[in-house]
Ligand binder design. Structure first.
Ligand SMILES: Cc1ncc(COP(=O)(O)O)c(C=O)c1O
Length: 416
């Protein structure tokens, strides 16, 4: 492995390298991989060095079960301030009456939302997994499918758009206790007002799982679910560019139920280093620079969608409103799994995903990470051409790999 990066500036003075060179080499190798290939996984991003600093701080040592001012451990004075800062910043950023920043992940946030509002056996209406629902939206392999009775709505097979009439009809016939809106691969804005109207008509809670678009919401580049949903669940590590983790937003009337659903119902001690890193990320997300970033993420995704369409790929819904897009590589004579492998070999890292047509898999791409690196529409147009080349003929992969190395070299995620 030819490694061109160091951890200088990201880790204090090579402390790890001296003590545990084997592991330090792995970390450097991963930094090198991230810096020399294109990160097009829609759920990933590059956090700032300040977020990484909070993650690698002494707050990682602190046990803090409970909430600020009501902990089960001593010595929480300073971490209490950190959590209060994170909560206040999240509330201000999203205009929410209450925020819980303790969820360890997006899945933990969804679990807490269900725990706050539902009982085992309740009926829940959510986007079906073959149409882009997350595991926590009723997969039989997940607690959600085991403990609740999920009914799935879908997207229109032709347009790829959520079938709001079907949502309405299913809600009326199944009378769910909650309706979940949110997806791992839906490229368009969700009509939260329409979901609220259906939920009100059948007396259901509305849970918005905004894990993907929440960073765009923070930057004013996507509509907010906060005014419409009873509870909003989210991740902090996608477009939002914070540490890996989750959070919940809700109105004052549900605050206590949501907090109790996180601790003590579904989690133990809060991870204070991650909460501090969330506070840092919320602070960053409140700046004009982040709003410009969020809008550029969308402009880049739209440029990428246009370029990929010009390459002959079938982009679902004909484009995107957000940071992500999905496509069917079949017009280029290759299935999604083969495509992902070929692209990975050429240095383009992305995922396969479900497509609106049953049993057909496609590719999912996102622009959060490459936009953090400073790339714009011109680079997206070039990436679309490179992707087409790498898919069309396998021998082109090596040339594409060289150009990807050159392109990423001009846009380092962590400039030294
Ligand atoms: C819609 C949605 N919900 C929940 C999650 C779960 O997040 P995590 O992987 O942090 O548990 C994701 C993750 O991609 C997601 O996209």
């Amino acid at each position: 492995m030819v490694v061109t990066h160091t951890l200088d500036g990201l880790l204090p003075a090579d402390v790890l390298g001296r003590q545990d060179p084997e592991l330090a080499d792995l970390l450097i190798g991963e930094l090198d991989r991230q810096s020399t290939t294109l990160q097009l996984i829609a759920a990933e991003n590059f956090t700032s060095p300040a977020v990484l600093a909070a993650l690698g701080s002494p707050l990682a040592n602190k046990y803090a079960e409970g909430y600020p001012g009501a902990r089960h451990h001593g010595g929480c004075e300073l971490v209490d301030v950190a959590e209060r800062l994170a909560v206040e910043r999240a509330m201000a950023l999203f205009g929410a009456e209450h925020a819980n920043v303790q969820s360890h992940s997006g899945s933990s946030a969804v679990l807490a939302a269900y725990a706050a509002l539902l009982r085992p056996g309740d009926t829940v209406l959510a986007l079906g997994l073959p149409h882009g629902g997350h595991l926590t939206h009723g997969s039989p392999a997940n607690f959600s499918g085991r403990w609740f009775d999920f009914v799935g709505y879908g997207v229109d097979p032709e347009s790829g758009l959520i079938d709001y009439e079907q949502v309405h009809a299913l809600a009326r016939s199944h009378r769910p206790k909650a309706i979940v809106c949110g997806s791992i691969s839906y490229p368009r804005h969700i009509d939260y007002e329409a979901f609220r109207a259906v939920a009100d008509e059948v007396g259901a809670y509305l849970i918005a799982d905004a894990a993907h678009p929440i960073g765009l919401v923070a930057g004013g580049a996507a509509p907010s679910p906060v005014p419409y949903a009873d509870v909003v669940c989210a991740t902090t590590h996608k477009v939002l560019r914070g540490p890996r983790g989750g959070m919940l937003l809700c109105g004052a009337e549900l605050a206590e139920r949501v907090d109790r659903a996180v601790f003590p119902f579904t989690q133990g001690g809060a991870q204070m280093h991650t909460i501090a890193a969330k506070a840092v990320a919320f602070g960053e997300a409140a700046t004009p620079a982040f709003a410009a970033y969020a809008h550029q993420v969308v402009a880049n995704a739209q440029a990428l969608a246009a370029g990929l369409t010009a390459e002959g790929l079938a982009v679902t819904t004909g484009g995107t409103d957000t940071h992500l897009l999905t496509l069917d590589p079949a017009p280029l004579g290759v299935d999604a799994r083969t495509a992902r492998g070929r692209l990975a070999a050429a240095g383009l890292v992305l995922d396969t995903c479900a497509l609106p047509h049953p049993d057909v898999r496609g590719l999912r791409l996102g622009t959060a990470a490459v936009t953090t690196q400073g790339m714009g529409e011109a680079e997206m147009a070039r990436i679309a051409v490179l992707l087409g080349q790498a898919l069309r003929e396998e021998p082109a992969g090596r040339l594409v790999r060289e150009e990807v190395r050159d392109l990423t070299g001009r846009f380092p995620p962590y400039p030294g």
